[in-house]
Design a protein around this ligand. Structure first.
Ligand code: NDP
Length: 247
């Protein structure tokens, strides 16, 4: 049987580590050629490319800070030029700062908004120039937009809720063009941003109904479904994958 994404091209922002790396590898396994962006980990990005190529796939790493409008525009153009088209955009790059509101600096506020919101807007606006019928925009939001669980993530939650409402609006904008837009809202997933053995892990596990962190591959599986032709009737959805964190 043919692979579900054979002939398709995907761009995953922040694909050098964590969720983005797992998503890039999964979409490549499904048959897509994959471009991934990174900012500070060229070696990790190269490892993801090598892993995909070793498995017989096609991949490309592009340095592009999601806070830099021109860099994001360039990354989208380079993906389409080098890999020939663009069908799937996964807006995964994101940053987290944990601080109570009275200690939250303006610089950190601006950084979270620039990466988590503005970078998503620019990548999406550029990517849809290349997309046609069957195109897919997949956001990586967070369960924190509905349920924070603990103090100190108000600004992060604000940025992720912005993505949830952006998703609903975009679904209406892009439906006439046959492009779906969905937002995956993970709960705690074991990555560098939120390690399974980090300072917050024990407290978080008590809130998660299943009592454990999720794995990046579990989120990548949901991305794979949303990117597939089978998900053509799913759009404007905010889909939690949180082990029951918000249940
Ligand atoms: P990680 O910190 O493990 O990885 C972040 C990735 O994003 C890296 O590849 C990093 O690249 C890249 N990145 C960071 N900043 C930028 C930037 N300014 N421009 C481009 N790329 C950037 O995080 P996760 O994999 O855990 O997070 C991925 C997404 O999932 C984020 O949007 C996060 O908010 C969301 N999320 C994560 C949860 C979790 O528990 N892990 C829960 C809910 C949502 P580089 O290696 O170059 O630094």
């Amino acid at each position: 049987m043919g692979k579900t994404l054979a002939g398709k091209v995907a761009l995953v922002t922040g694909g050098s580590r964590g969720l983005g790396a797992a998503i890039a590898k999964r979409l490549a396994d499904d048959g897509a050629a994959v471009a991934l962006t990174y900012t500070s980990s060229p070696q990790k990005a190269d490892e993801v490319v090598l892993a995909i190529e070793s498995a017989g796939g096609k991949a490309l790493a592009i340095r592009a800070d999601s806070a830099d409008v021109e860099a994001v525009k360039h990354a989208v153009a380079e993906t389409a030029n080098t890999l020939g088209r663009l069908d799937i955009l996964v807006n995964n790059a994101g940053v987290l700062t944990i601080a109570l509101i009275d200690q939250f600096s303006m610089d950190e506020f601006d950084r979270l908004v620039a990466v988590n919101i503005k970078g998503v807007f620019v990548a999406t606006q550029e990517a849809i120039r290349h997309m046609g019928e069957g195109g897919r925009i997949i956001m990586i939001g967070s369960v924190s937009s509905d349920s924070t669980g603990f103090a100190g993530i108000s600004v992060y939650a604000l940025t992720k809720e912005a993505i949830a409402s952006f998703t609903r609006g975009l679904a209406r904008d892009l439906a006439p063009r046959g492009i779906t837009v969905n937002n995956i809202q993970p709960g705690p997933i074991d990555t560098d941003i939120n390690p399974d053995h980090g300072d917050f892990a024990d407290g978080l596990k008590k809130i998660i109904a299943l009592g454990r962190y999720g794995q990046s591959d579990e989120v990548a599986g949901l991305v794979s479904y949303l990117a597939s032709p089978e998900a053509a009737f799913v759009t404007g959805a905010n889909l939690k994958i949180d082990g029951g964190f918000a249940a």
